[in-house]
Design a protein. Structure first.
Length: 57
């Protein structure tokens, strides 16, 4: 997984891996949260309460 993250996007992959390390080593979720927000922003941001998407048949 780490190699695939880094090959897909070196900057975001490194941020996600560094964030994971910060949680594992220091119980600090801040860097991982920031990296996850960067990834979600690529797709329009996080979903919020009340979000509805109607699929057409």
């Amino acid at each position: 997984m780490p190699r695939r993250l880094l090959s897909a996007d070196p900057a975001l992959g490194k941020a996600l891996l560094d964030g994971h390390r910060a949680v594992a080593e220091h119980a600090d979720p801040g860097p991982l949260t920031a990296a996850a927000e960067d990834v979600l922003d690529l797709f329009g941001g996080p979903l919020r309460e009340g979000y509805v998407h109607r699929w057409r048949p």
